[in-house]
Write a protein that binds this ligand. Structure first.
Ligand code: NOJ
Length: 557
């Protein structure tokens, strides 16, 4: 690259999403303003002050469209309608205006691989094969076709095909049988997708999370995931978005093996962001084995992304802790560490929330947060994670991790005044926003200060990543620096301001080795992670069991 190219680049600001902090909301369990036991869009609006106080930049709403809720809304029966239990389109418009008035952003979830059986298109398709919707779904007479396409919900479905009595044919579905797959070989389906994109973007949305995006097409003799036709459609969608909504962004749910996951970035011409499924299970593996190696080994595969793209880092979400893409050996290891009872299993993964997965051990919970916020990528907080919410293993499937947000102690948890909430409230002493907000030692206040620390260090999200070689296998030591081209933009007063992040996976303290502090000239200034108000750290000082430190150099004024 020539100098001119470099200096030109240095004035191009980074897109907003690359260093944003995201927050995932399930509308129906977030905040009920109607007193019916069900969260509402108005309820989300009411909590924007809180989310802004926490430091959130962008909200992600899981599906809130019309749906029979067989798959908690990922079975959409009308893409253009708000589920009546959650409010009205006007409420959505008010919400988006209120979000933007605060300088925040809003993205919504689009499940484009499938619809609900209740969708008008499917109802028409099954009744009238020759009609305009006859070819909207994947119909066939042979339920053994596509034998290499895996069944995703293995514990519920025994085939990807179900027989429809009305049409007298089988239809294909990757997920529940109530979620027929759309037929992307039909250009009319493309047109429908683009028009619903227009509809929502027309409301002023900032982008989408694209659900189950690897599965759009099926082809014989393939596993039907990430196949060229699907990638081509993604590129087409991206061209459309760039042309019509150049500031918007799309994040892909592509739970695939690491190299395949990267395919979704293309050379910057596919998805702006891809959820970091390759990294996520490694964080848990590092905790389970007290070794840094699971993270160290995956990191080289995650670096050097095409321009304008970013990983979406997460610890948990509304699904099970998915273990589809780890080896059998790793899966067994993670089961033995994190699945004490089979009732907590959902599909191939584990339906538990972060805090209980960490045995409610505060050090481990903080360590996980500090990893998510300290490794390259944009972090996604799952509602309730910031207060250490518990789960309810007695609930079916993934509902265990989808219980109402706990705003206050007591019945209803400040979520609802109804005596019959949509799902049972888990509760727990001290596990509410009200209790934690004014307690400087609370998890909530910790998460808030972590977000603030991260924002003070743009190099975390977008900078260079270098592993620092240390001999202690339980210690992960990394060096983060701003990229040359970002220095002007970040107007970093300290020039290159390196940050050293240390993570101890051992259940005992570790002495900080000299090499770890070499990039800081031997002395680290604590940015976050010291419980004791220590501000200077030197080689030989201890990093506590499951502790972490973010350290910068000391500068004289
Ligand atoms: C992935 C979503 O995250 C999950 O909740 C859903 O069940 C499937 N896609 C099907 O839409």
């Amino acid at each position: 690259m020539t100098h001119t190219e470099l200096s030109t680049q240095s004035h191009v600001p980074r897109p907003w999403y690359e260093n944003a902090v995201f927050y995932q909301i399930l509308v129906g369990v977030f905040n009920d303003t109607a007193g019916e036991g069900i969260g509402t869009l108005k309820g989300v609006e009411e909590k924007l002050d809180y989310l802004q106080w926490l430091g959130i930049d962008c909200l992600w709403l899981s599906p809130f469209y019309a749906s029979p809720l067989r798959d908690d809304g990922y079975d959409i029966s009308d893409y253009l309608t708000v589920h009546p239990e959650y409010g009205t389109m006007e409420d959505f418009e008010d919400l988006i205006a209120a979000v933007h008035a605060r300088g925040m952003k809003l993205i919504t979830d689009l499940a484009l691989n499938h619809t609900s059986m209740d969708h008008y298109w499917f109802q028409e398709s099954r009744k009238n094969p020759e009609g305009p919707y006859g070819d909207y779904y994947v119909w066939g007479d042979d339920p053994d076709r596509y034998p290499d396409i895996r069944i995703i919900f293995t514990d519920v479905e025994s085939s990807n095909w179900s027989f429809d009595e009305v049409r007298g044919q089988y239809y294909f579905h990757r997920f529940y049988k109530e979620q027929p797959d759309l037929n992307y070989d039909n250009p009319a389906v493309h047109e429908e997708v683009l028009s619903l994109v227009d509809f929502w973007m027309g409301k002023g949305l900032d982008g989408f999370r694209l659900d189950a995006i690897p599965y759009l097409y099926e082809r014989d003799d393939t596993g039907g995931e990430s196949i060229p036709e699907t990638i081509e459609f993604i590129e087409k969608l991206r061209v459309y978005m760039d042309e019509h909504y150049p500031d918007a962004f799309m994040v892909a749910e592509a739970n695939q093996p690491p190299a395949e996951t990267r395919e979704y970035f293309g050379d910057g011409n596919r998805m702006h962001m891809v959820f970091n499924f390759p990294l996520m299970p490694r964080l848990y593996q590092a905790i389970a084995t007290s070794q840094a190696s699971p993270i160290e080994e995956i990191m080289p595969e995650l670096l050097h992304l095409p321009p304008g793209t970013q990983w979406g880092n997460f610890l948990r979400n509304h699904d099970e802790l998915t273990l589809e893409m780890v080896s059998e050996f790793e899966r067994d290891l993670l089961y033995s560490a994190f699945l004490p009872h089979d009732s907590m299993r959902a599909h191939l993964g584990i339906a538990r929330r972060l805090a209980p997965l960490m045995d409610n051990d505060r050090a481990k919970i903080e360590l996980m947060f500090a990893l998510m916020f300290g490794l390259p990528g944009a972090p996604f907080v799952y509602y309730g994670e910031e207060i250490g919410m518990q789960d309810d293993p007695s609930l079916q499937d993934r509902d265990a991790v989808r219980t109402p947000m706990q705003w206050e102690p007591g019945p209803g948890a400040g979520f609802t005044t109804s005596e019959t909430p949509k799902r049972p409230i888990v509760g727990g002493f001290g596990l509410s926003v009200a209790e934690q907000r004014h307690d400087p030692d609370s998890l909530l206040r910790f998460v808030r200060s972590l977000i603030a620390a991260r924002k003070a260090h743009p190099e975390i999200g977008i900078g260079n990543y270098e592993s620092i070689a240390v001999t202690e296998p339980s210690l992960l030591a990394i060096l983060r620096t701003l990229k040359e081209e970002d220095r002007v933009i970040a107007s970093d007063p300290l020039g290159s301001a390196p940050l050293v992040c240390l993570y101890n996976f051992a259940p005992y303290p570790i002495d900080i080795p000299k090499q770890a502090l070499t990039p800081l000239g031997g002395v680290g200034h604590v940015e976050i992670g010291s419980e004791h108000g220590v501000s200077e750290v030197r080689a030989g000082d201890a990093i506590p069991a499951f502790g972490y430190l973010w350290l910068s150099a000391l500068y004289s004024a």
